[in-house]
Ligand binder design. Structure first.
Ligand code: GLU
Length: 422
C-alpha cells in the first residue's frame, strides 16, 4: 500500500502525477511532456457586476486553453466559490485528454467564475454571465474555443452566452457554445449525455468483470446533472441503486432507493435532498456512502472525494468516475493494490462532451438529429472509447486510468510531432 502522501498537492499536480505515469509507460519524449505540462493560453478577468442591492461586486473569471493540438478547444464553465487558477488549469488539461480519448476533433479548455451561485438571483447570474462572455469574446469562437455547462451552470447560462456573443460579433453563431436549450439550437440528448456515458461505461466494465447487471448494487454520490441522470439510467438497466447523496444528505436503502419519489422530493425542496424520508431508507454520512457495501461506486459530485484516508475502506469492485477528479493520485495506488477497477473521469464522463460535439456538428450543418440518432451515435462512440482504453491498459499491464492517458498521449504526441515547432 502506498505510503507517500500527495493529498496536499494541487489539483494540477494531481493531473501531472497521472500524466507522468502514462508518459513514462509510453516513453514519451521530454519535448512532448513539456508542451503538455504548460497550458497554451491563460486568461484572467475581473468582472464588475451590479448586484440587486445596487452595489458593484467584482468577480474573478478564468478561461484556460490547455491545447488546440487536435482542434478548437472545448470545455465547460463552472461557477463555484472554490474556482481558482489551479482548478481551472487541471480541468482544462483533463479536457484535452478527455476529447482525445473520446476521439473528438477538439483540444481542451476550461473556464470558471469564483462565485456562489446559490446566493445569487437570476438577474445577477445573467449579468455575471454576460460580463464574462463579453470579456472572453476574443477567446471564444466556433473554430477557436467552445464553452459548455459544468458545475452550477446549465442551458440558461449557455443561452445568455450565445446571445451576448452574437451581440459582440454582430451575428448569431450557435455553435460557439454547446449545452444550449433545445429551443435555441441545443441537441436532443445533451442534457442526459454525461449520465448516459457513465451508464454505458458501467455496463461495459461489468461485462469485463464478469458481473451480471441484474445482480449488482450501486451507490451514486451526487444528485446534480451527472449524478441524477447516471442514477436513473443505471437503475433503468436493472442495477439496484442502494445509496445516493447530494451536498446536503446521503441515504441508504437495502431494497433500492425509489428514484422517482426522491426526484419529486428534491424538486419540491429547493433542489436538495435534505429531509427526505421513505420506508427502510436511512440517513448516512458522505463517508458511509463512499465505503458502503456495494458492487459499483459512482462518484458524480465533486473532486477529491476518494482519498488515501478512505480508499482502503472502499468495498466496491468497480468505480465509475462521473465527476472530474473525484479520486486523488494517492488513492489511485491504494485502489490498484485492492484490484478495484476504476473507469477514470477522462473516459467515464466523456459522454457530455461527445454530445456537445454532436450539437456543434448539427449547428454547423443546420440539420438536427432525432434523440435516437444522438443516443445511438453516443453509445457507439462511448463503447469504442472504452474498448480502446481497456486495450491500452491490458497492453501496458496498467490501470484503466493509465490506459486512458496513454490513448490520449499517443494522439497528442503525434499531433505535436506532425505540427512541428518553431
Ligand atoms: N463540462 C463537461 C465536462 O467536464 C462538458 C464539457 C463540454 O461539453 O464541452 O466534460
Amino acid at each position: 500500500m502506498s505510503t507517500t502522501t500527495t493529498e496536499h498537492i494541487s489539483m494540477f499536480e494531481q493531473v501531472l502525477a497521472r500524466f507522468d505515469v502514462a508518459a513514462n509507460l509510453l516513453k514519451v519524449d521530454d519535448q512532448t511532456k513539456e508542451v503538455l505540462r504548460n497550458p497554451q493560453k491563460t486568461v484572467i478577468v475581473s468582472l464588475p457586476v451590479v448586484m440587486d442591492n445596487g452595489k458593484v461586486q467584482v468577480f474573478q473569471g478564468y478561461r484556460i486553453v490547455h491545447s488546440t493540438l487536435l482542434g478548437p478547444s472545448k470545455g465547460g464553465i463552472r461557477y463555484a466559490m472554490d474556482v481558482d487558477m489551479d482548478e481551472v488549469k487541471a480541468l482544462s488539461a483533463w479536457m484535452s485528454f478527455k476529447c482525445a480519448i473520446a476521439n473528438l476533433p477538439y483540444g481542451g479548455a476550461k473556464g470558471g467564475v469564483t462565485c456562489d451561485p446559490r446566493t445569487m438571483s437570476v438577474g445577477e447570474l445573467e449579468r455575471l454571465t454576460r460580463a464574462y462572455t463579453r470579456s472572453m469574446a476574443d477567446v471564444f469562437g466556433v473554430d477557436k474555443d467552445i464553452p459548455a455547462p459544468d458545475m452550477n451552470t446549465s442551458g440558461q447560462e449557455m443561452a445568455w452566452i450565445v446571445d451576448e456573443f452574437a451581440r459582440v460579433i454582430g451575428h448569431l453563431e450557435p455553435g460557439v457554445v454547446t449545452g444550449k436549450p433545445i429551443a435555441i439550437g441545443g441537441s436532443k440528448g445533451r442534457e442526459e449525455a454525461t449520465g448516459r456515458g457513465v451508464m454505458v461505461a458501467t455496463l461495459a466494465a461489468l461485462v469485463k468483470l464478469g458481473l451480471d447487471k441484474n445482480k449488482v448494487t450501486a451507490a451514486v454520490q451526487g444528485f446534480g446533472n451527472v449524478g441524477q441522470n447516471a442514477a436513473k439510467l443505471i437503475a433503468a438497466q436493472g442495477i439496484k441503486i442502494v445509496a445516493i447523496s447530494d451536498h446536503t444528505a446521503a441515504y441508504y436503502c437495502k431494497e433500492g432507493i425509489d428514484l422517482d419519489k426522491l426526484t419529486t422530493y428534491w424538486a419540491s425542496n429547493k433542489r436538495t435532498l435534505i429531509g427526505y424520508t421513505a420506508p427502510n431508507t436511512v440517513l448516512i454520512s458522505n463517508e458511509e456512502l463512499i465505503t458502503c457495501d456495494v458492487d459499483v461506486l459512482v462518484p458524480a459530485a465533486t473532486a477529491n472525494q476518494i482519498t488515501a484516508d478512505n480508499a482502503g475502506s472502499i468495498k466496491a469492485k468497480l468505480i465509475v468516475e462521473g465527476a472530474n477528479g473525484p479520486t486523488t493520485a494517492d488513492a489511485d495506488a491504494i485502489l490498484n493494490d485492492k484490484k478495484i477497477t476504476v473507469v477514470p473521469d477522462v473516459l467515464a464522463n466523456g459522454g457530455g462532451v461527445t454530445v456537445s460535439y454532436f450539437e456543434w456538428v448539427q449547428n454547423r450543418a443546420g440539420h438536427y438529429w432525432s434523440l435516437d440518432e444522438v443516443n445511438t451515435r453516443h453509445d457507439a462512440s462511448m463503447t469504442d472509447a472504452f474498448n480502446h482504453v481497456w486495450q491500452a491498459s491490458v497492453e501496458f499491464g496498467a490501470s484503466m486510468r493509465s490506459g486512458a492517458y496513454i490513448v490520449a498521449l499517443r494522439k497528442l504526441d503525434a499531433a505535436i510531432k506532425l505540427k512541428g515547432k518553431y
